[in-house]
Design a protein around this ligand. Structure first.
Ligand SMILES: C[S@@+](CC[C@H](N)C(=O)[O-])C[C@H]1O[C@@H](n2cnc3c(N)ncnc32)[C@H](O)[C@@H]1O
Length: 248
C-alpha cells in the first residue's frame, strides 16, 4: 500500500490534533508494540508508516462520526467524563489511540487473551496513561458484573466478530441512550440486514453508517452507528461461546 500523506496531514483531514506529548505517547506505544511483538503475537503490521496509518489513524478516524452534523449530539454534554469500553481490544485498538488523543475519556480495554492484557498494562504504565484499565475476560462474562453492565456511554470494537455476535458482546455494556460503534470494512449490507433481529432483541437499532477512505490511502472504513434504545434483557449475553456459535 502506498501512503501518500504524512501522519499529521492525515490527522488534519479527520480533524484530530495531537500535541507533542500525545505524539510522544504514540511513539512509545509503537516502540512497545514492535518490541513485545517479537515474543508474542500482537500484530501482523510492524512497519512504522503502516502501524501509524492502519492502527493509529484508523482507530482515531471514528472522530469523523462525532464531527458529522447528524451525529454531533451523540455523546452527553456533561461535566463527567465519557466512559468508553473497547471489546476485543487485542493490542489496544482502537482504545489506546483514543485514550491518547482524547485524554479526558475514561477507557476500559477488554480482551480474553491474558498475554495481551499484560502488554496493555505495560503500555498504560510506560506511557503514563490515567483513567484507563485493561481487563482480562470474555465479553460475555464481564457483561454480568454490575460495575460494567449498562454503564458505558460508548462501546467500540474493531475486527472481533460479525455484527450479530458483536451486538450481543457489546450492547449489554452500553447505557440506555448510549451508543455502540462497530469498525467494519467491505460490503456490510448483508451483515447489517442479518444483525437487525439481534439488535432489536438487545434493545438497539442502527441509526446510520459513516463511510470514509483513510486519508492518503485507499483503505475503506465503515462505522456502523448503533443506538441503545432500551435496557438489554438479563438473559443476554448468553453463555460464553453461544453469541459466536449461534448468533441471535
Ligand atoms: C482480530 S483481534 C482484533 C484486535 C483489535 N481490536 C484490533 O482491531 O487490532 C480480535 C481480538 O478479540 C478478542 N476476542 C475475541 N472474542 C472475544 C470475547 N468473546 N471476549 C473478549 N475478547 C474477545 C481476541 O482475543 C483478540 O484479541
Amino acid at each position: 500500500m502506498e501512503i501518500s500523506m504524512n501522519f499529521t496531514d492525515a490527522l488534519n483531514e479527520i480533524n484530530v490534533e495531537l500535541d507533542d506529548s500525545m505524539e510522544e505517547a504514540l511513539q512509545k506505544y509503537y516502540e512497545l508494540l514492535v518490541e513485545w511483538n517479537k515474543v508474542m503475537n500482537l500484530t501482523a503490521i510492524t512497519e512504522k508508516d503502516d502501524v501509524y496509518v492502519k492502527h493509529f489513524l484508523d482507530s482515531l478516524a471514528v472522530k469523523t462520526v462525532f464531527d458529522d452534523k447528524e451525529y454531533a449530539k451523540m455523546l452527553p454534554d456533561t461535566n463527567t467524563a465519557i466512559k468508553v469500553i473497547d471489546i476485543g481490544t487485542g493490542a489496544g485498538f482502537p482504545g489506546i489511540p483514543l485514550k491518547i488523543a482524547f485524554p479526558s475519556v475514561k477507557v476500559t480495554l477488554l480482551d480474553s487473551l491474558n498475554k495481551r492484557i499484560k502488554f496493555l498494562n505495560e503500555v498504560i504504565s510506560t506511557v503514563g496513561l490515567n483513567d484507563i484499565e485493561a481487563i482480562h475476560g470474555r465479553a460475555e462474562d464481564y457483561a454480568r458484573e454490575p460495575d460494567y453492565r449498562e454503564s458505558y456511554d460508548l462501546c467500540v470494537s474493531r475486527a472481533v466478530a460479525t455484527l450479530s455476535t458483536l451486538a450481543e458482546y457489546c450492547l449489554p455494556y452500553v447505557k440506555t441512550g448510549g451508543y455502540f460503534i462497530s469498525y467494519k470494512s467491505g460490503d456490510i449490507d448483508d451483515e447489517l440486514k442479518t444483525a437487525t433481529h439481534a439488535l432489536k432483541l438487545l434493545g438497539a437499532k442502527t441509526i446510520g453508517v459513516k463511510k470514509l477512505t483513510l486519508p492518503g490511502t485507499d483503505i475503506e472504513r465503515s462505522f456502523v452507528i448503533i443506538k441503545k434504545m432500551a435496557h438489554t434483557d438479563k438473559k443476554y449475553p448468553r453463555k460464553a461461546g453461544l453469541p459466536s456459535s449461534k448468533p441471535l
